[in-house]
Ligand binder design. Structure first.
Ligand code: PHE
Length: 460
């Protein structure tokens, strides 16, 4: 069966697809937002440490499992570790389905903002009413419609398979995404807030580097690099045997981190150019969602040079970033049915997408349209299905999945097997360092994160 599963055409194909998974809404809204909350510079440094020290080794561990087993997460764990370990795979697939369900709803907002911006660019800008976004959120039919469109876009690509679907789509979307981002950054750097923005982002105050900074950097590294749920196991399973796990992972890290930092440069430059915005940010009156879907569109047309072009392009960027992430999540769920049940890709895609769409509908209606859905509070302070699922995935499922993955690779897979899969003749110093990070440091840090969550910290 393994031979019919499909394969990446080249290393570039894998790197672009995996970077596509990693680069997503997390880079565009959460990274800049968390950076602002945590002194800018201090967070950037903590984040770079987190991705190098933890993100990279864990990503390698995930890709290694997939590449060795040539199976998606559940059968991969079953094959390499036996029945009990397949639970980690199941947790991953469940996390994939949960994230996909709510992520698609948010991704759908980018379509609305895109059309809104095109309209403004063509017909001239008219300021929306103060509660325009709230009304939009509460419009259940529109929320479901946009989510449906995004579900179809995702499914069509997953349906077309690895080489002809995901790889091809990533090869188009990722370069376009990067070009738009560079254009956005170039434009933002023409604004008066540039110097202040760069200072804010790159000159850290080490006194502001607290435990919270470090923990938030770690949580963000997990989500942003798509770790802990087996997305990288799945993508790794389509890798050719002779590809380098280390080099591929490093490229994904570079792509993901550079997009996050570039997005932050653009956002910070824009914010620092508008004093009233700086005040709002300082007063904590503006959250990440508001920034991306309410404040930015208005700024494009009122303050930013060339905003008529930047506006629509920016939401193409957001949509592409989201779509390359949703296809990786869709692939995690669909590949389970393909590998485990032997279903055809078309049947697996149709069934998994329909099931997840059911969850998306609940999320779409939980933004104000339907009463119990929008008020339900499973986790303290989290209102509505969407927020609760986000909390569940980011705070519990991803760290627990990451814990399972690192313990499995570090202690159960065997040193020899790891060495072989990483293409090493003998255990080099770098290999030993990697192994001990995966064995001890990574699980320890995840334990600390879980302890922090138990005592009230929130990574969602
Ligand atoms: N990494 C994506 C982002 O930054 C989210 C994601 C998480 C995608 C897990 C796939 C798997 O938005």
């Amino acid at each position: 069966m393994a031979n019919n599963r499909g394969q990446w055409g080249s290393r570039l194909g894998f790197v672009l697809a995996a970077s596509g998974s990693a680069v997503g809404l997390g880079n565009l809204w959460k990274f800049p937002y968390l950076s602002w909350k945590n002194d800018g510079g201090a967070f950037v440094i903590a984040y770079i440490f987190a991705v190098l020290l933890l993100g990279l080794p864990i990503m390698m561990a995930e890709i290694l499992i997939g590449k060795k087993a040539q199976e998606s997460p559940v059968p991969a764990f079953e094959k390499l570790g036996g029945k009990a370990w397949s639970l980690v795979g199941w947790l991953g697939v469940a996390a994939g389905a949960v994230i996909l369900a709510y992520y698609t709803v948010i991704a759908g907002w980018s379509l609305r903002s895109f059309f809104q911006c095109v309209l403004w660019s063509v017909e001239g800008y008219t300021a929306p009413g103060p509660n325009d976004f709230g009304v939009f959120l509460g419009n259940g039919a529109l929320q479901i419609g946009l989510t449906f469109v995004f579900t179809i876009l995702t499914s069509v690509i997953v349906y077309r398979g690895i080489g002809g679907g995901i790889e091809r789509a990533s090869k188009i979307m990722m370069p376009v995404l990067y070009l738009i981002l560079l254009y956005l950054v170039g434009t933002a750097l023409l604004m008066p807030g540039r110097d202040e923005a760069l200072r804010h982002l790159f000159v850290p105050h080490f006194s502001k580097m607290t435990t919270t900074t470090a923990l938030e950097a770690m949580g963000q590294a997990f989500f942003s690099m798509s770790l802990g749920l087996g997305a990288m196991i799945t993508y790794g399973s389509y890798m050719k045997k002779d590809e380098s796990v280390f080099r591929s992972s490093l490229w994904v890290l570079i792509a993901d981190t550079s997009v996050a930092i570039l997005a932050a440069i653009a956002m910070f430059s824009i914010i620092h150019s508008v004093p009233s915005l700086v005040q709002k940010m300082e007063a904590n009156e503006l959250n990440a969602v508001g920034m991306l879907f309410v404040t930015l569109p208005a700024l494009f047309y009122t303050t930013m040079p060339g905003g008529v072009v930047v506006g629509p392009l920016f939401y193409v960027l957001v949509a592409f970033a989201a779509l390359t992430s949703t296809i990786s999540l869709g692939e995690v769920v669909a590949s389970l049915l393909i590998d485990r049940k032997g279903w055809s890709r078309s049947k697996a895609t149709l069934v998994s997408a329909s099931a997840v769409f059911g969850g998306s509908v609940l999320c779409a209606l939980s933004l104000g349209a339907v009463e119990p859905l929008s008020t339900i509070e499973l986790f303290a302070g989290k209102q509505g299905v969407l927020s609760n699922l986000d909390h569940l995935a980011a705070n519990w499922m991803l760290p627990l999945g990451g814990l399972g993955i690192t313990i499995f690779v570090g202690w159960f897979l065997g040193k020899k097997a790891c060495q072989e899969e990483l293409g090493l003749q003998k255990a080099t110093a770098a290999f030993t360092a990697w192994l001990w990070i995966v064995r001890v440091l990574a699980p320890l840090v995840i334990f600390i994160m879980l302890a922090a969550i138990l005592s009230g910290k929130d990574f969602s």
